[in-house]
Design a protein around this ligand. Sequence first.
Ligand code: 13P
Length: 250
Amino acid sequence: MKRKEIFAGNWKMFKTCSEAVNLAQELISGIKIKEGREYVVFPPFTALKVVADTCKGSALRVGAQNMYYEKEGAFTGEISPVMIKDCGAAFVLLGHSERRHIFHETDALINKKIKAALTYGLQPMVCVGELLEERESGKTNIVLESQVKGAFEGLRTEDMKNISIAYEPVWAIGTGKVATPEIAEEAHVTIRKYISELFGENVANALPILYGGSVKPDNIEGLYSMENIDGVLVGGASLDGASFLKIINV
Ligand code: 13P
């Protein structure tokens, strides 16, 4: 079975509104659309609406980088799923390692956010990945299992149609140290196995699992050639139009 591919750029805390719109326009005119492939950018909240407006009618889709799980209320500084939808976004990135490690998000919180995103019609892209010391002490699979099972606890099989996972080993994020295609492939197979234990083989086989962590134009081909790598989530190299286009047009 051929799985859906997703090629995504996480702009993190970069780009003013005008810079974000310029980059989105450059991407829209440079994408060589491939069947079965989706293209998504995750601008900062401040640029979400203008980028979504720019992307209307194009192949480029838009997502938010985070979200709170309540619809509205006295939660100063937070953004709700309804607000994200209202901006024209279709996706939301949840459980990014920077959210987990800098802002101390737990699997239980991420689970609540995933459920709220689905309730309001957003497609969660859920990030998992181990720290360097966890990999070096042989704990990668235990970490991936608890992150996957914690994130998807209580979800129904049909919810999984709207979910994608990004495997982002923390030691590879922003470090220039990309996982080898073989290391990434092994982790993707492991994640798929945990999904299969939760939701069965059909769901696991249909689920897009992306790799993220120092993806660049010169390493995309090796990663993309692996059977279980269904796309990529790119940070640094997605901030420059020419370099991101080389990646998404692979
Ligand atoms: P880099 O591509 O900059 O390593 O970032 C990866 C990432 O965190 C994407 O979400």
